[in-house]
Ligand binder design. Sequence first.
Ligand SMILES: Cc1ncc(COP(=O)(O)O)c(C=O)c1O
Length: 418
Amino acid sequence: MAPGLTETSVLDCQRLREDFPILSHVRPDGKRLIYLDNAATTQRPRQVIDALVDVYASRYANVHRGIHWLSDQTTDLYEEAREKIRAFINASAREEVIFTHGTTEGINLVARSWGEANLKAGDEILLTELEHHSNIVPWQQAAAKSGAQIRWLPITGDGRLDLDVLEQMLSPQTRLMAVAAVSNVLGTINPLFEIISRVHRVGGIVLVDAAQSAPHLPLDVQSLGADFVAFSGHKMMGPTGVGVLWGRRDLLDAIPPFLGGGSMIRRVRKEGFEPAELPAKLEAGTPPIVPAIGLGAAIDYLNRIGLDTVLAQEQMLTRRAHEILSEVGGVRLLGPGLEHKSGIVSFLVEGIHAHDVAQLLDRHGVAVRAGHHCAMPLHQRLGVAATTRASFYFYNTPNEVEALGEALQDAKHLFRRG
Ligand SMILES: Cc1ncc(COP(=O)(O)O)c(C=O)c1O
């Protein structure tokens, strides 16, 4: 069945889908693409692609360095993108918005620069059992260097963070908690306000991994009260190779530069260097200029739709997916109930390995992901090696969710026969 609008869509999907060239792509085998792998990366609308082409075609030079007209043009576009992001997350100043290459780099920046300046033996770093490896490994590295200890906040049976245990784990030794806003496997929307206020009460700070929330849920860093927030452009229709680290001004001012090189210095002498002011201090080398401008265009696009609408559409699709997958039989849905969940649905099919499920779905044109999704400790906790994950964005339709259900039925029959 061709993907299309039904009366249950929150959005005029069909019209919006026309902005995304790839969504009308037909595969060489004649199958229409049903893209349900948005937690891995999203697709881009023509408006973002055009913005990239426009810079490369007529406004491209290096930024901040030029004393020529073209460089000024590019610098203006790059800084306009920073301002769009500042407004999108309601940061109080543009200096708090650091362009990185993605969530992974943002977290590594904090773990190295903040970690080396602040962590020592006896300190505790709190992580949760549902973190992505990008929010685990940098802290394991920081702990190994500093002698700090990592402690793990467990999840409940239905895949939510156990806040009762958090209360027992917090102490004056808690220096930092690093937590995902939304789990990339279970789709759990974590209660950040609650977590942040509890960690602050014992004097710790909080880094929020917003890779799976910034594209879908409104983010206001001032009212959230977090200390650092990291996210990636490619999961919100921007290009790959660009991300954002937001940090509280006083914390960013206090940390040493992450990388050394051009652009991040005020002065270099044989004896040493003096770092530049923010944000340059934390943006060494030539930054991801064009991807950042493309991310600005993606934010314009998201603003036109409105994140409340985006979330409503995704929750409608998730509800439909729960209904349809429950009817298939032999499918175990993972994660919490709909009221605590975003547009991510991970599941297990009785008797079929997660990778086989994904491959069988692919035969129907349905693109999902299977594996540990860079969350091995979570899979260990769930007692499974791999899961299959369908993840939605606002351009997905109820018909595509139905196609997932039909493909899954077929996969089951095929597997039984084969
Ligand atoms: C929750 C979460 N954190 C971090 C990352 C890493 O993002 P990136 O690979 O863009 O740096 C991902 C990517 O899937 C993610 O889902």
